[in-house]
Design a protein around this ligand. Sequence first.
Ligand code: AMP
Ligand code: MG
Length: 321
Amino acid sequence: MISKIVPADLKHIAEAAKAIQRGELVSFPTETVYGLGGDATDDRAVAAIYAAKGRPTFNPLIVHVGSLPAAAELGEFSSDGVKLARKFWPGPLTLVVPRRKQCPLSLLVSAGLDSVALRVPAHPIAQALLAIGNRPLAGPSANPSGRISPTTAQHVEEGLGDKVAMILDGGPCQIGVESTVVSLLDGKPALLRPGGITVREIEAELGRAIEIAPSVGDAETGLHGPGRLLSHYAPERPVRLNAEDAREGEALLAFGPNVPPARIMLNLSAAGNLNEAAANLFAMLRALDRRDVTGIAVMPIPAEGLGIAINDRLMRAAAPR
Ligand code: AMP
Ligand code: MG
């Protein structure tokens, strides 16, 4: 296999920015770990990130931006948010804030939630890629799900070399652990994931103690920690899975070429493509969650590739609550 690793000079950073604008994935160094980057406003690129990592669930991804003003175009910053951003950005701190009303980000990048995790990386190569690419980058760690995060370009190549257009080589990462994730939702700062910046530093800046997630664990596997704390998006109308057809009053969320008749219908992918279906999932669930329907009937989705994560999320959406 031809190596995807390239030196991170200006020429290659410009090429990487073009690839991202085309919807492709690029791995880039940050001060924490290597990221798997894609256009955070492009549902298809975000779906490709989940597919490449092989995550069995849709955990929301961190969105990288170049500055606090760029972040403030996407999310709403309270005074706590501004304080932490001014103190620790650029740097290894991710802030979970409400999405702005007109937020152009993919819904899939937030796993359907009304919040978004934002970070301004300090690494000059990440900064250059953001500036030249001129769009927010979804960037989870560039490792297959369940493996440890990559801190060199070679690690990325071993794990995901066939999934990316290129790997910008910036040498070993300085910090080597992921960013600290702090939620600022509901005016209650809470630690979701420990990382490059300590709780003490954050509390010192805020002038008060923050809530600590009961068990902060592995976001990749979702076995404990953030995965469990995350409230998941669920439609208001009941969701019925593996539906053969739409009953009276129901809207149909279809998949594939053979669709039964329905008064209101959206198709996740008429071609039966699971990446396309993932890209459409949250936007279509929201679109069908209408006052004039009694429920949402969902056709069967094959449990392979991204279909596993789609089924996981649909099961949560259908669970009694
Ligand atoms: P990664 O992108 O893989 O480095 O991990 C992102 C981390 O941020 C995970 O721990 C997520 O659970 C957390 N996260 C991202 N977005 C949100 C959100 N909207 N609400 C809560 N946690 C989030
Ligand atoms: Mg990760």
